[in-house]
Design a protein around this ligand. Structure first.
Ligand code: TXA
Ligand code: MG
Length: 315
């Protein structure tokens, strides 16, 4: 993407004033502020209406900068070398000397860190003297934003600036891996678990497998388009949108497909923008076809399962 230096300068100026702005990343857009400033971090929580006990991911340019704030370990180095910058977030132990705002960490001694690959945001990080705290740029519990317009639709004038970066190339949030002890996946996302496992050379446990959830209370409602969702649906009502992985030969106006050929990576990329499109059309609900539970299909199923919990709250 061509970099517009005037935009980067504007973003920098606002961030130095402890303002909160939106930044593009290859996964989803983020709501960013100076991670060393309590004031900036408070603004992020307020704007997003995020519960105070939900910590924020901090975005760094590279490992050299991260060293000031976190203890590194061998598993981290292996994964960093292979996948960073990229769609992977690490949970690490914070250093006592770290300047990271206590607002972000909720007074715990761990930190979620990520190295975004998007060229615009890397250019911005390069000229800042602080890392950026940035949760996904959407109101808490709703669908993430993959274009600058989505952010503007969600926040309007409440947000000071949206740094343009085009459409997010991956389209779903980063995979989160806790590396403090035995590697554990805390969130499925833009990097497949099997790929991570191969590089670490050891088995990783997944902490959020839908089949392993024993109580519905363990599932947080999240990623909701604001409409009820029916999973593995077969009979589609006329007033429902039908979400499909692959384009059907015979289509109807209420059919929305995520990929031409059934490619799961492409489907994940199109998931949030399609949910947003459907929401605008005033359907009563969304019926979703059965989605293969492999590769990026696992991430899509994870998101839709959480989004479907919205039903129970609202209907
Ligand atoms: O792709 C992404 O990760 C995007 C882009 C903007 O980087 N960010 C993102 O942030 O998805 P957010 O805040 O929407 O999701 C971060 C998740 C939250 O569920 C939060 O609870 C978890 O990471 N998290 C943050 N800090 C943590 C920590 N220290 N330990 C465990 N989980 C943590
Ligand atoms: Mg989020």
């Amino acid at each position: 993407m061509k970099i517009n230096l005037a935009n980067i300068k504007k973003a920098k100026k606002l961030l130095y004033k402890r303002e909160c702005i939106a930044i593009p990343t290859e996964t989803v857009y983020g709501l960013a502020g100076n991670a060393y400033s309590d004031q900036a971090c408070q603004k992020i929580y307020k704007l997003k209406k995020r519960p105070k006990n939900n910590p924020l991911i901090v975005h760094y340019l590279n490992i050299q900068r991260l060293k000031k704030d976190c203890h590194l370990n061998n598993d981290f180095i292996k994964l960093y070398k292979k996948f960073c910058p990229g769609p992977l977030t690490f949970i690490l132990n914070l250093k006592k000397s770290s300047k990271i705002s206590k607002i972000i960490t909720n007074k715990k001694n761990t930190l979620a860190v990520r190295f975004p690959r998007h060229s615009v945001t890397r250019r911005l990080l390069k000229i800042l003297e602080f890392p950026l705290a940035a949760p996904s740029a959407n109101p808490s519990s709703r669908v993430s934003a993959v274009t600058s317009n989505h952010v503007k639709e969600d926040f309007g004038k409440k947000i000071k600036y949206v740094l343009e970066g085009g459409r997010s190339s991956i389209g779903v949030e980063s995979t989160i891996v806790d590396l403090r002890e035995k590697p554990k996946i805390l969130r499925l996302g833009g990097l497949n678990v099997s790929t991570i496992q191969k590089i670490l050379g050891k088995k990783i446990t997944i902490n959020n497998k839908p089949s392993k959830i024993v109580s519905p209370g363990q599932l947080k409602v999240h990623y909701s388009p604001g409409l009820p969702i029916r999973l593995n649906a077969k009979n589609i009502r006329k007033d429902e949108a039908y979400l499909l992985i692959r384009k059907k030969k015979v289509s109807k106006p209420n059919y929305y497909f995520l990929s031409q050929q059934g490619n799961l990576k492409e489907a994940a990329k199109n998931l949030y923008s399609t949910l947003r499109k459907i929401k605008k059309k005033k359907y009563s609900s969304i019926a979703v076809c059965k989605i293969p539970d492999r590769g990026y299909g696992k991430t899509i199923n994870d998101r839709l399962l959480r989004a479907s919990r919205f039903n129970e709250k609202t209907t």
